[in-house]
Design a protein around this ligand. Structure first.
Ligand code: 6GU
Length: 252
């Protein structure tokens, strides 16, 4: 997968794309990340990337032309890189966007090329959206000062879904949200940390008891913390029985 990040703040990505899963994906040759500085595509000597909003109001708006030129350069780069071409999908980070979910991540992970345009200031000249054929994306209901952290979130979520990036041992299938249930708690050595013990069942060696315990604790956490994930969802018989027990225990 090729991933382009269009940003006013390229320094943000130094280091960030050289760690963890993203580094592994890049080292395996399965991911290529290019950070494109929008300022390199300005046409005045001040490198102006923003301007006052028409109609007034607080804050500055990102100008269209430097972004359009930066995107043209990405398009040429994409065509040069892949014989069969295929335009990269363009995303724009904004709190006004469609919520980013694991399902959307799985869909995007199939793409050959993705461009993420990082929004800043009060926003981006609206005309950029149709001109780029862009989809607006939000990573949650809170306000970031810029879309750069959101672009990193999206990149991380996609990188680990690219086939071949994760080892067999850690296949993404068993992840929380592959099935919309939170994970059960996990523990490692030692058995006692400041008087807090590992749940006895995990030391029992009884694989069936352990499986049921993990399932119960996953359901318990989901019920406590994210009941919205369970409401209106059909559960299998075993899950329903476990959840009924949990509800009784928790008294709600
Ligand atoms: Cl994707 N961008 C910005 N700037 N703020 C956000 C966001 C994105 N998602 C939540 N808040």
């Amino acid at each position: 997968m090729r991933f382009w990040i269009l940003t006013l703040n390229p320094g943000f990505f130094r280091g960030a794309t050289d760690e963890g899963m993203i580094r592994i994906a890049r080292q395996k040759g399965l991911l290529d990340v290019s950070v494109v500085a929008i300022r390199d595509f300005t046409d005045d000597r001040y490198g102006t990337t923003d301007d006052y909003p028409y109609g007034g109001g607080a804050g500055m708006v990102m100008k269209a032309e430097p972004i359009l030129r930066a995107n043209e350069s990405v398009r040429r780069d994409a065509e040069a890189g892949t014989a069969a071409g295929g335009r990269p999908r363009v995303l724009v980070t904004t709190p006004q966007g469609r919520p980013f979910t694991q399902a959307w991540a799985r869909e995007l992970a199939q793409e050959r090329g993705i461009v993420v345009l990082c929004g800043r200031y009060k926003g981006i000249d609206e005309r950029v959206i149709p001109l780029l054929g862009a989809e607006e994306i939000s990573i949650g209901d809170y306000v970031l000062s810029g879309g750069e952290p959101a672009a990193m979130v999206i990149l991380d979520a996609l990188a680990r879904l690219i086939p071949g990036v994760l080892g067999d041992a850690e296949s993404a299938e068993a992840d929380s949200f592959s099935e919309p249930l939170l994970d059960a708690p996990v523990y490692t050595r030692p058995e006692d940390v400041s008087g807090q013990r590992v749940p006895e069942v995990l030391l029992s060696g009884d694989h069936e008891r352990i499986r049921v315990w993990k399932r119960r604790e996953a359901l318990r956490r989901t019920w406590r913390r994210r009941p919205d994930l369970l409401l209106g969802r059909a559960l299998c018989k075993e899950d329903q029985k476990l959840l009924d027990e949990i509800k009784k225990e928790e008294g709600r």
